[in-house]
Design a protein around this ligand. Structure first.
Ligand code: 1CP
Length: 359
């Protein structure tokens, strides 16, 4: 099977020859080709160029043999289309200006134009041309809460003082921001989905709110995003990643997504219980969740860790040793690959997944 066939088979609970694998943030700072380009270009230059973005997207396919290519872009780029200024500053991270902190700020946001000319869409087309049918191609966007945290804060700050203040003093404005983002994200994803085999929503800050608050404040806009996306594109598989899936699993399990990408803090055996009510095609596809820190080990260390992770995962999905490969599982990391990862260790991970036959 080709990588693309494997990913599509897993998304449809069909048997696979070997388990499909890709890694979140696989097109990034740990790769030598990326580093060489980054030495000559700013991050914004790279995400604004279809040629550079295509080259970066394809690098992990060529050098690591992953089954899917996720388009090189960023969840924060749509803010530019809404009229905010976005920059990535060395040592600071992403900066959005002006931040959105009041109802008047929300009202000022521009109309969003979303068409095939977007760099991300052009890059998806160009990646497909380059990779042909061999490899699955994935698009993505941020979920409303995760995007709202950046919009309110304006810059990376682990304490998130402005977001916390809004949560406490003015939750209606937070809801207004997420409601404004929902149709934007849905249209942006649907535009990508025209040229992608699947798309993924990143809810990277699902652990910021207690579950009840997530359900009350953030879930409605997420649900609305998915509803509009489904209206625009009934067919392209949609995956939901959450950092903090354990926290939100009970309230997202009934969303109209095809699969859940889980972080490493929710073991697959527990994910099956809290996200998948029954066996067989009724359960959603699971994606994940090897601890990205473990990829910082030597290649030999990664092989051992990956083998025990794969055995445990197969068992959790109903395939104890000797019973073959489970369906409906796309192997991935629990979160993005870290810049410290040795490329040889990332390669060892992909090769170990592809060699695994559940003996
Ligand atoms: O070279 C550099 O300094 C830039 C580093 C970088 C890269 C390689 C950033 C800045 N974004 C990206 C690409 C990126 N971002 C991809 C590319 C495709 C791939 O996965 O290979 C993807 C999917 C993202 C998604 C993204 N951006 C998320 C969701 C995933 C996650 O990690 O939880 C988030 C939260 C962002 C915001 C962002 N962009 C960049 C940084 C450093 C951050 C995090 C800022 C922070 O919260 O501190």
């Amino acid at each position: 099977m080709t990588g693309r066939e494997r990913i599509l088979a897993a998304l449809n609970h069909q048997p696979v020859d070997v388990l499909p694998v890709w890694m979140m943030r696989q097109a990034g700072r740990y790769l030598p080709g990326y580093q060489a380009l980054r030495a000559r270009h700013s991050f914004m230059q790279m995400v604004s160029s279809v040629d550079l973005s295509t080259e970066i997207t394809v690098e992990p396919v060529d050098t690591l043999g992953v089954d899917a290519a996720i388009v090189f872009h960023d969840i924060l780029i749509p803010f530019e289309l809404l009229g905010l200024e976005l920059d990535f500053i060395e040592g600071v991270g992403p900066v959005l200006a002006p931040p959105i902190r009041t109802a008047a700020d929300v009202a000022r946001l521009g109309a969003f134009a979303c068409d095939d000319e977007l760099v991300v869409v052009q890059t998806l087309k160009s990646v497909r041309e380059k990779l042909g049918e061999q490899t699955a191609v994935l698009g993505f966007a941020g979920a409303p809460l995760t995007l709202a945290t950046y919009a309110v804060e304006g810059r990376s700050d682990k304490k998130r003082p402005h977001f916390r203040a809004m949560l406490r003093d003015d939750p209606d404005t937070l809801i207004a921001i997420m409601n404004l983002l929902a149709p934007v994200i849905a249209a942006y994803l649907a535009q990508q989905a025209r040229h992608a085999d699947a798309v993924q929503l990143f809810e990277s800050h699902a652990d910021l709110l207690p579950r009840e608050d997530y359900e009350r404040l953030a879930l409605p806009a997420l649900r609305e995003t998915i509803r509009i996306f489904r209206e625009l594109d009934p067919d392209t598989p949609l995956l939901l990643f959450a950092q903090g899936m354990r926290n939100i699993a009970p309230c997202v399990r009934d969303l109209a997504v095809n699969g859940f990408s889980i972080d490493q803090h929710l073991p697959l055996c527990e994910a099956v219980e809290c996200l998948c009510p029954g066996p067989g095609p009724g359960r959603p596809v699971l994606q994940g969740n090897f601890d990205p820190q473990k990829l910082c080990a030597t290649a030999n260390g990664v092989v051992q860790d990956a083998e025990s992770f794969l055995r445990a995962g197969a068992e959790a999905l109903g395939h104890p040793p000797g019973t073959g490969l489970p369906t409906g599982w796309i192997v991935n990391l629990g979160h993005g690959i870290t810049p410290k990862t040795p490329p040889a260790s990332a390669l060892a991970f992909v090769e170990t997944v592809h060699a695994f036959s559940n003996p």
